[in-house]
Design a protein around this ligand. Structure first.
Ligand SMILES: Nc1nc2c(c(=O)[nH]1)N[C@H]1C(S)=C(S)[C@@H](COP(=O)(O)OP(=O)(O)OC[C@H]3O[C@@H](n4cnc5c(=O)[nH]c(N)nc54)[C@H](O)[C@@H]3O)O[C@H]1N2
Ligand SMILES: Nc1nc2c(c(=O)[nH]1)N[C@H]1C(S)=C(S)[C@@H](COP(=O)(O)OP(=O)(O)OC[C@H]3O[C@@H](n4cnc5c(=O)[nH]c(N)nc54)[C@H](O)[C@@H]3O)O[C@H]1N2
Ligand SMILES: [Mo]
Length: 707
């Protein structure tokens, strides 16, 4: 049979990228060639629709930038001069270098750096544990995305998970707070539109008039970083009007009267002064939230990437309790659903492989457990750490040269002559370019994995649709091969993807009843078993994972951790942006949230998607523009004490004065002047959780000289 006559096979698989939607997907294959992908219509949440980024996934699988063979650098770092080598040569060299580093500096001189290029249970979760535990390598704190939000949320509700997104169809009042759903959670939008069609009101709270705000009935634009004052002010109006659910608060919360006193410090006029939102809007918002329900809040992670982000999330997370919204159809709050998936985590990550305590004092140079390194400060870590310095970095599932804050320092660190940089990648990214050894990774269409989700309740099996391109290998294969190279003989390092998936599903939790490997092979996905569909969590005040088991409006835990026991608003101080000698010189707060056509830096090299984003741009207010003699379409230089970049001006009333907005993330290599927005962002950490602060980014701009 010729290639043309081959039948088209359809394989049930799923999208593993870092997105709340985790779509059930069908891959259409002819011979060993991916013809295209489509959404799996059987999935009631993703409903057969794929986002614009993934709809032509063949463009990514066969992209010109794909890395197909192991490569060794032969020119200077970053020169792009490579020699193709065999896997055997690559593994032998890595093993030799690592053993030498361990002998000279101890295992903590090796650091794995990864995030969520794939969210697979096998190729993310298992790969982040096992080998590195066994090696005693420095441990990475994976804080770049959700750490501040999870910490702030947990002080109130414990890390308990949120509403079933399918339950938003039953809501009558919906707030999207600090999240741009039309770009970042696209499958929730049809559900919200369905609720709107049945009479629900949809409100968006965002300093920028996003695509989502354009679809809303009401857009409220606070000054960045002031949402805690708004949240406390909303609760204050509700208490003042006696619209709170006192019986609920009495039964299921801790400290509601002290919390009410705290809220009373935020009357509408104070909230107006802090947030810039007219007092009547605050009153109306609070009144409607309390009386026009069922009321649901979709809370975004985006909002939390601010120096006071944990505290903002904490203040917002209190609101459902005030009106007794939890555990009833169409009401409550959704930040993440990830914790609802009861997989066998021990079997995935294998913490038992950690070096036994006896040998640790010797192995870890006097420390009881390996040191931890916050990924948000990778530049500083590479440049400054001693005792021991980081001598080798192994990067997979991430592109830190583009995504981590303070790119100038990150790049300087990665370029260190004495750093042995190994990168396992699908594409020739900014980070891959700097590698000493570059290893080719499979796409999810070339390997097996299991996916949970952080934005719904379906579990998906990624089944391989085509053979690996070139000599690409899946992360787990590489980890096992490296373990073998290091002489680690534990049976864990013999487990393949299927074995890990079977072990992960074997937790004995009734939510996984009947969800077997065989079932997923046949169906592609399964919904977690819950009593109702949509699911109802926290019925009768049950299920909050705080110490008291209740909603902690007053938190002893927070106090123990050195915070105020009650939520409060903490202004972004003028010197909030670290190392700022003259804050007045940098009057513009530049927000850099998710781009519609990119996924962080993934997809940012695909020509059709670049076309969607046009070019690296910055939205600015007309008054900020005219103050500096800038007109629409001008090229601007945008700078602060960390760096200078070039962006094209879009003058727009979508943004307020003193704020600017640029979608992220372009590759450095494709940015005007070779620098993306992370040359300006700070590696300062959030108030809680050690999170990233991309949105507290104070800058100045002017027309680019000579244009
Ligand atoms: N298309 C696309 N989808 C994505 C991603 C992507 O890059 N592109 N990234 C994925 C990932 S990793 C994540 S974590 C999620 C993130 O998805 P979201 O949680 O939606 O996060 P962002 O888009 O970063 O930011 C959301 C909004 O927060 C607003 N914001 C910034 N500061 C404040 C503030 O102080 N107050 C308020 N109220 N709002 C503020 C920004 O203006 C922005 O519109 O999306 C995922 N989905
Ligand atoms: N300025 C600014 N910066 C930001 C953000 C922002 O809003 N503003 N958002 C932040 C957020 S929320 C996040 S989550 C981080 C994301 O940071 P990263 O997790 O680094 O995300 P990506 O840029 O998508 O890079 C993932 C890389 O993994 C690779 N990859 C995919 N699958 C595999 C695989 O199976 N194996 C291997 N070895 N590699 C694979 C992809 O090709 C891609 O290059 O970025 C952060 N950076
Ligand atoms: Mo993220």
């Amino acid at each position: 049979m010729t290639e043309q006559n081959l039948p088209i096979r359809t394989v049930r698989t799923a999208c593993p990228h870092d997105c709340p939607d985790t779509c059930s997907m069908l891959a259409h294959v002819k011979g060993n060639r991916l013809i295209g992908v489509s959404g799996n219509l059987d999935n009631p949440y993703t409903r057969g629709n794929l986002c614009r980024k993934v709809a032509h996934y063949e463009e990514r699988v066969y992209a010109a930038e794909r890395v197909l063979y192991p490569l060794r650098r032969i020119g200077p770092k970053g020169s792009g001069e490579w020699k193709q080598i065999s896997w055997e040569e690559a593994l032998t060299e890595i093993g030799y270098r690592w053993k030498t580093i361990i002998a000279d500096y101890g295992p903590e001189a090796i650091l794995p750096y990864s995030y969520a290029g794939t969210m697979g249970v096998v190729n993310m979760s298992a790969c982040d544990g096992r080998l590195w535990y066994r090696m005693g390598a420095s441990q990475l704190l994976r804080t770049i995305c959700s750490a501040a939000a999870e910490t702030g949320y947990s002080y109130v509700n414990g890390w308990s998970g949120g509403m079933d997104p399918e339950d938003f169809v039953n809501s009558r009042y919906i707030i999207a707070w600090g999240t741009n759903l039309s770009s970042t959670n696209v499958h929730l939008m049809p559900i919200i539109r369905e609720a709107q069609a049945k009479g629900a009101r949809f409100v968006v709270i965002d300093p920028f008039r996003t695509r989502t705000a354009n679809a809303a009935d009401l857009h409220i634009a606070p000054k960045p970083g002031t949402d805690a004052a708004l949240a406390l002010g909303i609760a204050n109006v509700i208490f003042a009007q006696n619209l709170h659910d006192e019986a609920y608060l009495e039964a299921y919360s801790v400290g509601w009267k002290q919390y009410r006193d705290r809220c009373s410090e935020y009357p509408p006029e104070t909230v107006e002064a802090i947030t810039g939102i007219p007092r009547q809007v605050v009153i109306d918002l609070a009144t409607e939230y309390a009386t026009c329900g069922p009321s649901a809040i979709r809370l975004g992670y985006g909002l939390s990437r601010t120096v006071n982000g944990g505290g903002m999330i904490r203040a917002i997370a209190c609101l459902p309790a005030v009106i007794g919204a939890w555990g009833k159809p169409g009401s409550g709050l959704l930040l993440s659903t990830s914790v609802h998936f009861p997989l066998n985590k021990q079997a995935i990550k294998r913490p038992d492989l950690q070096v036994p305590p006896d040998s640790q004092s010797e192995v870890h140079w006097g420390r009881q457990t390996p040191r931890t390194i916050n990924m948000n400060q990778i530049g500083s870590a590479l440049l400054e750490l001693s005792d021991p310095p980081i001598k080798s970095l192994f990067v997979y599932n991430s592109n830190p040269a583009a995504v981590a804050p303070d790119s100038g320092r990150v790049r300087a660190g990665l370029m260190r002559d004495d750093l042995f940089l190994v990168v396992h990648e699908q594409m020739m990214t900014d980070n891959a370019r700097l590698a000493d050894i570059l290893l080719p990774a499979t796409s999810q269409l070339e390997c097996l994995d299991l996916l949970t989700a952080y934005g719904h309740l379906y579990i998906n099996l990624c089944q391989p649709a085509i053979a690996p391109l070139g000599e690409a290998k899946a992360n787990i294969e590489v980890m096992n091969a490296l373990a073998n190279e290091m002489g680690f003989t534990e049976s864990a390092f013999k487990e393949d993807a299927e074995a890990i998936i079977r072990a992960a599903l074997d937790s004995g939790n009734p939510r996984l009843n009947g969800i077997t490997y065989e079932y997923l092979q046949e169906m592609g996905f399964a919904r977690l078993k819950t009593e109702y569909t949509p699911a109802l969590f926290f019925e009768n005040g049950e299920g909050f994972r705080t110490a008291s088991g209740k909603i902690e409006l007053y938190s002893e835990q927070a106090k123990l951790d050195g915070y105020e026991p009650l939520p409060d608003y903490y202004p972004i101080s003028p010197d909030a942006d670290m190392n700022l000698s003259e804050p007045a010189d940098y009057p513009i707060n530049l927000l850099s949230p998710a781009a519609h056509h990119f996924l962080n830096s993934t997809f940012a090299h695909i020509p059709s998607l670049q076309k969607g984003e046009q070019e690296p741009r910055i939205w600015i207010h007309a008054e900020d523009a005219s103050l500096r003699g800038v007109t629409d379409g001008d090229l601007l230089q945008v700078w602060n004490q960390r760096g200078k970049i070039v962006l094209k001006a879009v003058i727009s009333d979508r943004v307020q004065r003193g704020v600017a907005w640029t979608p992220s993330l372009w590759w450095q290599n494709d940015s005007t002047d070779g620098k993306n927005v992370n040359h300006l962002t700070s590696d300062r950490l959030t108030d809680m959780g050690g999170g990233s602060t991309f949105h507290t980014n104070l800058v100045q701009f002017s027309k680019l000289e000579g244009t």
